[in-house]
Design a protein around this ligand. Sequence first.
Ligand code: AMP
Ligand code: GLY
Length: 423
Amino acid sequence: MNILILGSGGREHAFALKIAQSKLSDKLYVAPGNSGTQNIAKNISININDFNEVKKTVLELNIEMVIVGPEDPLVNGIHDFFADDSEINSIIVIGPKQMAAKLEGSKDFAKEFLMRHNIPTAAYATFTKQNLNEGYEFLSSLRPPYVLKADGLAAGKGVLILESLQDAKSQLREMLIGEKFGEASSKVVIEEFLDGIELSCFVITDGENYKILPTAKDYKRIGEGETGLNTGGMGAISPVPFANKSLLSKIEKTIIRPTMDGLKKDNIEYQGFIFIGLINVNNEPKVIEYNVRMGDPETEAVFPRIQNDFVEIFQSFKNKTLDEINIKIDERASATVVLVSGGYPNKYKKGLKITGIDEVINSTVYHAGSIQKGKDIYTNGGRVLAVTSFGNNFKDALNNSYQSASKINFEGMYYRKDLGFDL
Ligand code: AMP
Ligand code: GLY
């Protein structure tokens, strides 16, 4: 079948590599794609949030499956758009409908869902500009640090963690009255701070059955020792070494199963990936967020460890037969190191020539913010490349990725050399 992947990051390159390997895949397209997907698929330059444009492309190219990489088309209702149109409703869309995508699109909706189904999470309250004063009072009742979250999508920037009560109050005002994150911060969730170590769980579901995919840990800050500004993600390790059998079974029992049951009870149809961000507090895992897609760079660490035919997995969504598929996992560890533009996540240059990718032999280089012009590849974004390697353990895997990364070069290139420091 002909397949279209939506998105342009390292995550979408990782999807494309898996799909391209499937014997069930004929023509593969990526919109808009990048220099990595260009060599294994055909890139199509369309706006993936313009669903009429996506529909036109899908009909023209005879596409039978659409895989949605990032969250915004899902939160904007791309799956509903397909389901409600008789010309395209037989196409398999990988990613949940709009109602389910609210689990990522609205933090308040996600918190209500967690509370309703007794799933462990931080205590919270939600405020709007109408009850700003109650927000101040609620902050005064908490101990520092203070966690403020814009309700809506804010490109990963909507969470503030503040040490002083005064800063927390003024930021709450900035978000609600000053529209710091625009419409996204017209509601703000204030949360109890959880002190523990983070990990991420990935689940795939056809709406009836679910399978748990390998865990991963990502590194979000730009600086070593998890310091400095938040980024899209500077690297990932899979599996998470401290996620032993007993922790994993606790996560399944107290979080994953109640999430799946909760979706059913609430009549929320869900097909696709669920990415659950967790903090392990004294061996009690608690949910910090749901994402309705795979993570980036987590995908680049997790997917290489999954040995299945991905199209076969996705096709099982049609008749809800995911239970018949046995997910085969490579037992080795994988580690992804993200190479970013100098200055990222603030201002950075684009259009710098990248050298050395061809010299990498023991790793997979996923392209993200990069474009090809002629034979050469140039930087075109903040997170430029993601280098993934296997190893007997995460340290081995990291060393292999660092060795490969040292062969690649572009002006200002930066990557964190301390990944895994906390494990
Ligand atoms: P989120 O966008 O919800 O993933 O939040 C971004 C980051 O903020 C998370 O990866 C955590 O590091 C941190 N965070 C979010 N909520 C909490 C919390 N309740 N306690 C401590 N840290 C948090
Ligand atoms: N790496 C975090 C995310 O994809 O949201």
